[in-house]
Ligand binder design. Sequence first.
Ligand code: SF4
Ligand code: SF4
Length: 138
Amino acid sequence: MTLEDLWTRLADITAKSGMKCGRTDKCKAECCRPAGIGGEPGVTPPEGELINSFLAKRKGFKFYEAGTASCKFLGKDGKCRIYAVRPTDCRVHFCKNDLLESETNCDISNLVDDYHAQHEAEFMATELIDSFRFSGEQ
Ligand code: SF4
Ligand code: SF4
């Protein structure tokens, strides 16, 4: 299973299960703030490569647009600026209620576990997104 396969299958499962971000006015993208309820996502080397390719097409990209207390890719509008290539960790977090509790789904957990088992070295090289140095980042 490739990373693209994983992301496609995750999208299928989430669409079929009806899981989605339950974002309300109470949430200011809390999952995209390291100190927020989602914690900080990890980035594997292949995910970093895909993000770097995405960034290479965006000249003058500025990290930390929403401030240093946020994920470096969060926009001032509260949206992810690399949504199409966001890491797997960001694809598996769904709040089910106003308390911002994340919903779990065993099909998603099993799929991600299978992928990690197949790509153990990649998984072991995971870095937290704030530590990962992307192309063009100081
Ligand atoms: S997944 Fe949860 S924390 Fe993230 S934006 Fe949606 S409601 Fe907010
Ligand atoms: S990469 Fe995007 S979705 Fe993931 S934490 Fe950062 S802003 Fe949020």
